[in-house]
Each structure stands twice: as structure tokens, then as C-alpha cells.
Write a new protein. Structure first.
Length: 464
């Protein structure tokens, strides 16, 4: 679908003026401005749900270790972000068979390696004994690249922040020579950071969980200034620890609202295989926002049953409401779902069935892992489904505002791909992990597939 350029301008201005509820949208604002530049004297184009064969190798990027001639056991990617100039950065772990290192890789918009980024497009570094876990990215307005992750210190997990200049070199004005080490709780052996954002004041906020296996895991939020020093009046020395339930709590994502409040979503395990969805909101000063949910927290059991209700991602809509995606388990089958909460944390009873909409797709299990909203209000969702040989395939769909499939996308509203077979000519599991909606009407996807040895590998795919 196409709209004239003056409509694009009006839509962009409307979004900039009305997306006031979430400061996380500042990167989206940059994308909208870039959209205006890219679409001068043209039309706005929404994706059709087909592979962009001009990107990478027939639409895909794979075999990253081979691209860099690395003698590696594996490269595992965990995040993807786009710069204002259209280049994009991925982060993850490089395993050489002995140690694990954190990596950043930058690509040009067409999927080729950006050789101007550090050493031939890739940054490889190690924190502590090794960097064994996922890393997550935030690209600052000045194009510096901030990441968070975990590293091993004498066998125990600890957390780190690192900042890089736009050319891939360490920003030595941050932390100690570009790295800030953090111990969330020195009495626990597990710390897993899950997301990172920067608020309007330039402060850095991260969330994750910590604990001692196999006992309870609780969530944490930590806040730092622009050079990595803890904001000491936020919680205790910059760290807040919170118990949602008495068992295990796992945050998945955090967003910063325009008023500085912090919204975190994830899952809580209350025992007996019962996982529930939670949302929790804090004021900018770290106090709980009691105007949200019940004492600042909303916990949802979708089916009121002792099964799994999983939140994988969420976004803030223009009116301040919250849309989540994930799945609920019913009779052993994963049923993909989306849900909508009002800005006060209560379910929107007018949305779907009492706040949730489930989907019966492919007559099999399916999961939504990520979602986005187009400028025209249509909803994009990506994930995986069980195919007819009991393996997972990647899929993406688009919904009209009435929550019905938009048949102008893909085939009858759905794009599917057996990525492992497309790339390697064998059938294995694959799924879409996360995706970015680009201003020129394309979708940049980070996914995962199993190789012929059943080892996990990543793929990057672009749709148009």
C-alpha cells in the first residue's frame, strides 16, 4: 500500500507528536526522520512479506564465522539494532572452542560487511575470565554504541556495560577504558542481564535476574549516569532488587516512558509448572508506581490453569496502552497470543477476548517472539510454528486493526520459511527471534536455525 509523500510527512509528524508515552521510541523518531529523507518525492511503502533478494545472499546472511575466517566453534547472536544511516549492528558471543568472547558486527544496509568498523567490520573483546552470555545493544543519539552483558569472574556471573565509538573503538571516557563491571549481588552465582535503555536524562537503565541455582531468581533494575557511575539514590547504590513471586522471576524487556517511568515485562514461575505474565512499573526515582496495576504490578494467568503463559515482547502504543506477545499452553499445545493492557496496567477488556487474542495457526503449536506496529496501525508478529514433520519453521504475519489477517502480506497474511532447508537443504528447527521495521518499508529479521550437526546458528533475513 502506498501513500503520497505529503501523507508520509503528516503521519510522521503525527507519530512524533503522539508517541509521547515511551522514551524508547527515540530511535523510532530517528527512523521516522530517516524515512522522510529516504522517501522524498516518493511514496511510503509498507512491506509485502516477500524476501528481499537484493539483500545479502538472496535475502539472507549466514555463516558469520566463515565471513570473518574465524576458527570458531560458533557465533551466537542475541541482538540487532539499526543506526540512523541505515547500517545495522548485531551483538553476541564468539566461541573459539576454548573461551567465549563478546562480539559486535556492523553491516551496511545491503547486508555487506562494513569494513570501516573496527577491524574489518567486527569487534571481539573479553571481559573477566570470559564473556559467556548474550549481549544487548543501545545506539545513542551521538552514534556511540552501548552494550550490556555478563561475564565470568571466578566461576560466578557478573554484569558489565561497555561503550564504543561509532568506528568500533572503545570509548575510554566510559567506565574504565570503556568497560564498567557490576556485581548485582555478591552472594549469588547467577546474573543474567536482559535489556538496556537510556532515558531522556542520559541515564542508563538495565534489567535482568539473579539468584543461586536451583533456588529462586529475582529481578533487578540498575541505573547509571552517562559515564557508567551508579545513580546512588536509585534503590541501594543504583540497584533495585524485586521479588515478584516466591519462586522464579524472569524479565524479558524494559521500556522507558516519556515521563521517565520504567516499565518491565516478563514471566513469573509460581510453582507446579505455572508461568504467568507480569508487568511492573517504577517511577524515575526507583520507587514503585502504585498507580499501575496492584501496588505497581500486574500478574496475569491467561487461562487460569497450571500451565505456561509466556510474554516474549511488548510495546507501548500511541495512547499509552501496552501490547504484548507470546504464547499460552493449552493441553500441551503452544497457542500464540497477543494481549492489550491499559496504561494503568489493567487488561483492556474490549480487546480480543477479555484483553487477549489467541490464534490457531497451521493446526499446530506456534509462538510469537516479537511484534511491531506499522504507521497505518497494522500489527506485525514474528515467531515459529511446528510444521508437518514436527520441526519448527519461521513465520511472520500481519494483522489488520480488527485483528484479522491482512491478506496483502505474504500468502494470505502470512510469510513462512523453512530457513534450515532454504540455507542448507536439510530440515531442522528455525525461528524468528526479533525483527526491526525499517523506514523504507522493509523488515530486518534476526533468527536462529539448527545446522546439520544440530548446533544453533543464526541467520539475518530481510523482507520487503
Amino acid at each position: 500500500m502506498k501513500y503520497k509523500h505529503n501523507i508520509l510527512i503528516l503521519l510522521s509528524i503525527f507519530c512524533l507528536l503522539n508517541c509521547t508515552k515511551c522514551n524508547d521510541k527515540k530511535q523510532n523518531k530517528d527512523l521516522l526522520l530517516l524515512s522522510l529523507l529516504l522517501n522524498q518525492n516518493t511514496s511510503i511503502i509498507f512491506p509485502r512479506g516477500i524476501i528481499d533478494t537484493e539483500f545479502g545472499d538472496n535475502g539472507f546472511i549466514k555463516d558469520l564465522d566463515k565471513l570473518f575466517n574465524l576458527n570458531s566453534v560458533s557465533i551466537t547472536l542475541s541482538d540487532i539494532k539499526i543506526q540512523k544511516d541505515g547500517k545495522f549492528i548485531v551483538s553476541g558471543i564468539y566461541n573459539n572452542g576454548i573461551l567465549k568472547y563478546s562480539i559486535l558486527i556492523r553491516f551496511n544496509a545491503n547486508g555487506s560487511i562494513d569494513n570501516s568498523f573496527d577491524y574489518n567490520g567486527i569487534v571481539i573483546f573479553k571481559v573477566g575470565d570470559e564473556s559467556p552470555e548474550n549481549t544487548y545493544i543501545f545506539i545513542q543519539d551521538d552514534n556511540k554504541i552501548l552494550i550490556c552483558g555478563n561475564y565470568l569472574n571466578s566461576g560466578a556471573d557478573e554484569t558489565f556495560l561497555a561503550r564504543f565509538n561509532s568506528n568500533g573503538s572503545f570509548d575510554t571516557s566510559f567506565g574504565l577504558n570503556g568497560i564498567k563491571k557490576i556485581d548485582i549481588d555478591n552472594s549469588t552465582t547467577v546474573e543474567k542481564v536482559k535489556d538496556i535503555k537510556i532515558n531522556k536524562e542520559g541515564n542508563i537503565i538495565i534489567t535482568g535476574y539473579y539468584g543461586n541455582p536451583p533456588s529462586n531468581y529475582d529481578i533487578f533494575i540498575a541505573k547509571f549516569d552517562s559515564i557508567g557511575n551508579p545513580i546512588t539514590n536509585f534503590g541501594t547504590n543504583g540497584i533495585i532488587k524485586k521479588v515478584i513471586t516466591s519462586n522464579q522471576d524472569y524479565p524479558e524487556k524494559l521500556l522507558i516512558l516519556n515521563d521517565g517511568k520504567i516499565l518491565i515485562g516478563g514471566i513469573s514461575y509460581s510453582g507446579t509448572s505455572n508461568y504467568n505474565i507480569f508487568l511492573i512499573r517504577y517511577n524515575n526515582d526507583g520507587t514503585i508506581d502504585n498507580t499501575f496495576g496492584t501496588n505497581g504490578i500486574t500478574i496475569t494467568d491467561v487461562n487460569f490453569s497450571l500451565q505456561e503463559d509466556i510474554l516474549n515482547s511488548f510495546i507501548i502504543l500511541n495512547d499509552g496502552s501496552i501490547m504484548i506477545c507470546g504464547y499460552t499452553k493449552q493441553s500441551g499445545i503452544n497457542i500464540p497470543l497477543i494481549g492489550k493492557y491499559n496504561s494503568d496496567g489493567n487488561l483492556n477488556s474490549t480487546f480480543g477476548n477479555n484483553g487477549f487474542k489467541t490464534f490457531t495457526l497451521f493446526n499446530s503449536s506456534a509462538i510469537f517472539y516479537d511484534l511491531a506496529i506499522q504507521l497505518d496501525g497494522k500489527i506485525l508478529l514474528g515467531g515459529s510454528f511446528d510444521n508437518d514433520i514436527n520441526l519448527n519453521d519461521s513465520f511472520m504475519l500481519r494483522l489488520n486493526e480488527n485483528l484479522e489477517l491482512d491478506e496483502s502480506f505474504g500468502i494470505n497474511g502470512i510469510f513462512t520459511n523453512d530457513v534450515a532447508y532454504t540455507l542448507e537443504q536439510y530440515h531442522k528447527n528455525d525461528y524468528i527471534d526479533k525483527f526491526l521495521l525499517l523506514p523504507e518499508g522493509k523488515i530486518l529479521i534476526l533468527g536462529n536455525y539448527n545446522d546439520i550437526n544440530n548446533s544453533s546458528s543464526n541467520y539475518i533475513l530481510q523482507l520487503k
